[in-house]
Design a protein around this ligand. Structure first.
Ligand SMILES: C[S@@+](CC[C@H](N)C(=O)[O-])C[C@H]1O[C@@H](n2cnc3c(N)ncnc32)[C@H](O)[C@@H]1O
Length: 423
């Protein structure tokens, strides 16, 4: 049977894939439908025809699963919102197990999912996009089709971010959307907000007016302007402080952290802390390398459990932040500046903690890790594909002790995973 765009089919999903799409089959052709849950029946509209599969969108749900919490959200940033929270944990564990089986050929020793009760308003960083309009309007992207739509309330925003963005959206300001592209907001537990305007140029229509307004909002402690380097990348390396400080501090128990508009920091603090506690529980007085250490959040957190921590980080600003934080912590810390693949071969330690960007580990680094024979490697990953790719190499020397799904991004299909490897 030949299918074409806009055909309408009736399907029943037999599983939900890792992108949150219901997977079904008609006449042996696979149909992917975002937002359709397992065992749900729906009328779907075909939106793309490929040789081996069809891409569809829900036209009408004919039956609803008991696992459904609400209607499917149109926003890409809420692509699992319709699934009950506890079932989202099960979904992540299943997707992780399947990926390990598919890629490594054996069952993953799955640990309990690290999660928090707070599954809404957890994001301490959100990026809004400027709509193509003369008057400033801000929004987020939908999934099928991918479109930028105006959004006023985004339920993952921290309360401080929500209050601040609502006030920004109330302003009637003329802007040039060809130059002014995004607004990023970061907040801390004191409900302070750092606002970053992202544009292709240092000057744009409406900039001064916008800054004058935003600086009057009581939660705002800093406003920066970041220069967008290209269409694909949101933030560039060039930032200017327009008001207050380009800095936000976080204090959580004995952990104190400091970031600027570009520093990496996990977006979900309660889950971050639980994950770091799990990492710390693997360390008992050993020497540790914290590789890809950023501002030092993992290294400083686990410092009390280690004999000595050596951090490796390539970004100079992160290294400065990490150095500024040193006096707050007791213990032996050293911060090495440089690329992991160049610095790590020269170092030795008993345990390695590794938290790379999505791209995973450099090929040459994997070879070195096998040669080094660490007692343990603790690998925190935000990309399942590169994690299993790297583990395929590391299994020459290390055995998988535990694979722990981390529910860092509730209501979404983004997956964080913590893996404990032993020599
Ligand atoms: C996922 S973040 C982890 C940061 C930190 N562990 C944390 O949880 O806050 C990855 C970090 O690796 C750094 N980085 C990226 N490539 C690197 C490389 N080749 N060598 C060393 N650091 C690198 C980035 O600057 C970033 O700070």
């Amino acid at each position: 049977m030949e299918y074409k765009i806009n055909d309408i089919l009736e399907v029943t999903a037999y599983e939900v894939d890792r992108f949150g799409q219901g997977v079904s089959k008609v006449d042996d052709i696979i149909i992917f439908t975002p937002g359709l849950l397992k065992d749900e029946k729906a009328q779907v509209t075909i939106i793309d025809v490929k040789s081996k599969f069809l891409q569809a969108k829900i036209k009408k749900l004919l039956t609803t699963s008991p696992e459904r919490k609400t209607m499917t959200s149109k926003l890409g940033a809420l692509d699992l919102y319709h699934l009950k929270d506890d079932k989202q944990n099960d979904w992540q564990a299943e997707i992780t197990a399947k990926e390990f089986k598919r890629s490594l050929g054996y069952e993953a020793p799955l640990g309990e999912v690290i999660q928090s009760e707070k599954t809404l308003n957890y994001r301490n960083k959100v990026v809004y996009h400027v709509l193509d309009d003369e008057m400033m309007r801000l929004g987020l992207y939908t999934t099928t089709p991918i479109e930028l739509v105006e959004v006023h309330t985004f339920i993952l925003n921290s309360h401080a971010i929500q209050r601040c963005i609502a006030k920004i959206q109330q302003q009637s300001i003329k802007v040039d959307p060809k130059v002014f592209k995004h607004i990023m907001l970061r907040s801390n537990e004191k409900e302070e907000v750092l606002v970053t305007l992202v544009a292709y140029e240092k000057e744009f229509t409406g900039l001064k007016e916008l800054v004058e307004k935003i600086k009057t909002f009581k939660e705002v402690v800093g406003i920066t302007l970041n220069i967008k380097p290209n269409e694909k990348t949101i933030l560039g390396n060039e930032s200017y402080t327009l008001y207050g400080k380009n800095e936000l501090t976080f204090t959580e128990g004995s952990l104190k952290l400091k970031i600027n508009d570009r520093s990496f920091m996990q977006v979900n603090l309660p889950v971050m802390i639980k994950t770091y506690e799990r990492i710390a529980s693997e360390i008992n007085g050993e020497t540790v390398i914290d590789c890809y250490s950023g501002i030092g959040s993992i290294g400083y957190f686990i410092g009390k459990n280690a004999k000595r921590i050596v951090m490796i980080e390539s970004n100079k600003e992160n290294i400065k932040m990490a150095n500024d934080l040193k006096p707050y912590y007791q213990g032996s810390f050293e911060i090495r500046s440089g690329l992991a693949e160049q610095v790590l071969p020269k170092l030795d330690a008993e345990i390695l903690v590794i938290d790379p960007p999505r791209a995973g580990l450099h090929k040459s680094l994997l070879t070195v890790l096998n040669q080094k024979q660490f007692k343990k490697i603790i690998y925190l990953s935000c990309e399942l594909n590169t994690l299993t790719r790297d583990l395929k190499v590391l299994r020459e020397t290390y055995k998988l002790k535990e694979v722990i799904p981390v529910r860092m991004f509730p209501q979404t299909t983004s997956i964080e995973t913590l893996v404990i490897l032993e020599r």
